[in-house]
Structures are given as C-alpha cells and as structure tokens.
Design a protein around this ligand. Structure first.
Ligand code: C5P
Ligand code: MG
Length: 229
C-alpha cells in the first residue's frame, strides 16, 4: 500500500466546503509541539511517551522516512526542501500524519488496547506554516493546544552543531541551520502567534537542561490536561 493515497472523494456528491475531520477530538487528543530547530522537542516528547503513553509523531521523521521510501514520488522534493530548510508542501505532510494516526488508532481498536480512552498524540514539528495548521485541524483533527519550547537561537545553534557531529542529518550544518532559523522566524512563529491569540499555547523556556525543562513540561501539561494526561 502506498504511504500516500489519493484524496478521499464523496462519490458523485459535491464535496462539502468544510470537511468533517477524520478524528473527533473526543476520541483523539492531539497536542502540537513547536519550537525552533534544536529547541529539544524530540527529547521532551520521548519523556512524555515514556511516562504518559503518548504516541509521538515527528513530522520531520515522517518526511525523512517518506524521502527514503523506494518508489516515493515525493522523495526528491522532500530532500530539496529539508536541505534548504524550506517547508514541504502541506498536502504531503498532512497526509503522512493522517496515515500514521490512522494506523495507531486502528491498531488500538484491533487489540482492544484503548479501554475507551482517547488515543493521545504529540505531533512534533508541526504545524510549521499556517496552511498546515488550518488544513490539519479542518480535515484530520482539531488540536487541544500547542506546547511551545522557547529557546534563544545561539543555544539552538550550539545544540544543532553538536548533534550534527553524529546525527547524519543533511540539515545539521551551519548553512542549512541558518536557513532553518529564517524559516522558523518568518513562517513558523506566525503559527505560534495565531494560537497564542486564541489562548491555546503552553509556552515553556527550553534553555535549561533537559531534565529541568521536563519537570516544567509535566507541571504545565498536568494543569492543562488534568485527568487527560
Ligand atoms: O522537525 P525537523 O527539524 O525534523 O524538520 C526537518 C525539516 O523537515 C524541516 O526543516 C522542513 O524542511 C521539513 N518539515 C516541513 N514541515 C513540517 C516539519 C518539517 O516541511 N511540519
Ligand atoms: Mg525533531
């Protein structure tokens, strides 16, 4: 089965102007995790998976996997975007996320592993652009809120260059990092601002050591999700 399938159509009926999202927010909890490159999103998500049973979906990881999938029609497009720190066209990323979520939700149903509780997703590195945000919430699932890791550029650059020694990532070099920072400021921060205006951002200072950032994360998520954590 291809990782990306043709869009769903409503047969001969005209498609509604506002499609119903695939997942209801009553059944599926979605938390977006944002922050500049190197802010520590992936590290914190791994902690939350370990302690609270979230499923972690990193948009960047899904794109890298699709890039490497033999036969993918998007491989070279994704490769160019990632190296240049550009945002991949949102249709690709939104579909990859929806496919991954469907797999998890269906798997839980089959194994009756859901106990009637919502599946909880951390969607990491997404939405990085306004069109992704709108498309995802309209067609896949409305998000509960955004967990935003705030970190100064100098610190993020230091972390990325350190990671670049071993990550093997094509974009952990100073040239790509510069472009990624620019994209973050120009394209992704407006997304954070959009959610902030709606009171839907939990902002956490990501400058301290990972363990301290995690303690703060637990506290703030507990306040926000209560029993849902
Ligand atoms: O989050 P991460 O740093 O792994 O993302 C790597 C790259 O993947 C980004 O710089 C961008 O090119 C692409 N990406 C994207 N849209 C997203 C997340 C990542 O285009 N929502
Ligand atoms: Mg990451």
């Amino acid at each position: 089965m291809p990782a990306i399938e043709a869009p769903k159509t409503a047969g001969s009926l005209p498609s509604p102007s506002k499609p119903t999202p695939t997942f209801s927010p009553d059944k599926v909890t979605v938390v977006f995790v944002l922050g500049g490159p190197g802010a520590g999103k992936g590290t914190q998500c791994a902690n939350l998976v370990r302690d609270y049973g979230f499923t972690h979906l990193s948009a960047g990881d899904l794109l890298r996997a699709e890039q490497d999938r033999p036969g993918s029609q998007f491989g070279s497009l994704i490769k160019d975007c990632i190296r240049n720190g550009d945002i991949v066209p949102m249709e690709v990323t939104v579909q990859l996320l929806e496919n991954a979520m469907t797999e998890v939700v269906d798997g839980r149903k089959k194994s009756s592993g859901d106990n009637g509780k919502p599946a909880k997703f951390l969607i990491d590195g997404f939405p990085r652009k306004m069109d992704q945000a709108l498309k995802f919430e309209e067609t896949v699932c409305p998000a509960k809120f955004v967990l935003f890791y705030d970190c100064p550029e100098e610190e993020m650059q230091r972390r990325l260059l350190e990671r670049g020694k071993t990550s093997g990532r094509a974009d952990d070099n100073s040239e790509s990092i510069k472009k990624r920072f620019r994209t973050f400021v120009e394209t992704s921060m407006p997304v954070v601002d959009y959610y902030e205006k709606q009171g839907r951002v939990v902002k956490i200072d990501a400058t301290p050591k990972p363990e301290a950032v995690y303690q703060e994360t637990r506290k703030r998520l507990g306040e926000r999700l209560g029993d849902g954590l």
